[in-house]
Write a protein that binds this ligand. Structure first.
Ligand code: AMP
Length: 287
């Protein structure tokens, strides 16, 4: 596996691959790799000829007071995992190279960026879209892979790709969970044992909601109330939001019907975690 930090070196390698007719698969990450990230790499390895994984803790997507400084950074730990998945290149640019002095340009996906997590983390999706578009312009992938763990991110990036006529495919892949149901996240490392135990309620609450929907419940309030009730059992959990929205525009659903997203964000102790399920009533296929 090659490790590239220079932007021009990365771009030029990708241009060479393109000239040879190779299809490039790209997995953007912030490192602290786990099975969720690995599932994306495997899909890239299976679906394309050359696989690039980026590790870049993007400063512009962190709000003031968030965990930019303390976010886990351990490239030595991550490297063997990438080697194991036969990733061709780890792209690991420095913040000063991505955002040199004088940097002024940002990408916004209006409406989408202000809802759910965007309402609590102003500027977050602007930072995400900006860095993802910059990375796309450097790597020029044919396919980029994202996890439904960050469902709003998938929808925002897909919207950006359509609106800006990006000539590439955006693939969303299923959320990977720990055996007890907790959505895998680099930030799970922040949890104390007591918080880790409480955090199981996040996926449990969604599983109960999913069972209600499968049994025919169409009342959004009833479903959201069940999620809130389950979460209320742990004093360590402070809910930020629980919402059922339309995947087309992230607008609240009036009733459970068609493709939807049931998403939640909560603080477990000081750690902010998110989880979601895609809703496909009556066994419809995913969007
Ligand atoms: P991150 O390093 O947290 O920015 O995540 C990089 C990519 O991995 C994003 O597309 C995430 O949605 C995806 N990802 C993170 N956790 C999971 C998970 N538990 N299951 C599936 N994909 C994930």
């Amino acid at each position: 596996m090659k490790i590239i930090t220079g932007i021009e070196a990365m771009a030029s390698l990708c241009r060479g691959w393109k000239e040879k007719g190779l299809r490039i698969g790209f997995v953007p990450t912030m490192g602290g790799l786990h099975e969720g990230h690995i599932s994306l790499m495997r899909a890239a390895r299976a679906g394309t000829d050359a696989v690039v994984v980026s590790i870049f803790v993007n400063p512009t997507q962190f709000c003031p007071g968030e965990d930019l400084a303390s976010y886990p950074r351990d490239i030595e730990r991550d490297m063997p995992l990438l080697e194991n998945e036969k990733v061709d290149v780890l792209f690991h640019p420095q913040p000063e190279a991505m955002y040199p002095a004088g940097y002024r340009t940002y990408v916004e996906v209006h409406d989408f960026q202000d809802k759910l997590c965007g309402a609590v983390r102003p500027g977050h999706f602007r930072g995400v879209c900006t860095v993802v578009l910059k990375l796309f312009n450097i790597v020029r992938p044919d396919v980029a892979y994202f996890g439904w763990k960050d469902a709003q991110q998938v929808l925002v990036i897909k919207r950006m790709a359509v609106d800006l006529n990006l000539d590439m495919e955006i693939v969303g892949l299923p959320l990977v969970r720990d055996p007890d149901g907790l959505a895998m996240s680099t930030r799970n490392a922040y949890l104390s044992p007591v918080e880790r135990a409480a955090a199981r309620l996040l996926s449990k609450s969604l599983a109960e909601a999913e069972a209600m929907i499968a049994a025919g419940e169409t009342d959004v309030q009833a479903v959201v109330a069940r999620v809130r009730n389950v979460l209320a059992a742990a004093p360590e959990i402070e809910i930020e939001y629980v919402a059922a929205v339309d995947t087309k525009n992230l607008e609240p659903l009036d009733r459970i019907a068609g493709d939807g997203l049931l998403a939640l964000a909560a603080r477990v102790g000081k750690t902010r975690l998110i989880d979601n399920i895609l809703i496909h009533p009556k066994g419809e296929a995913p969007c």
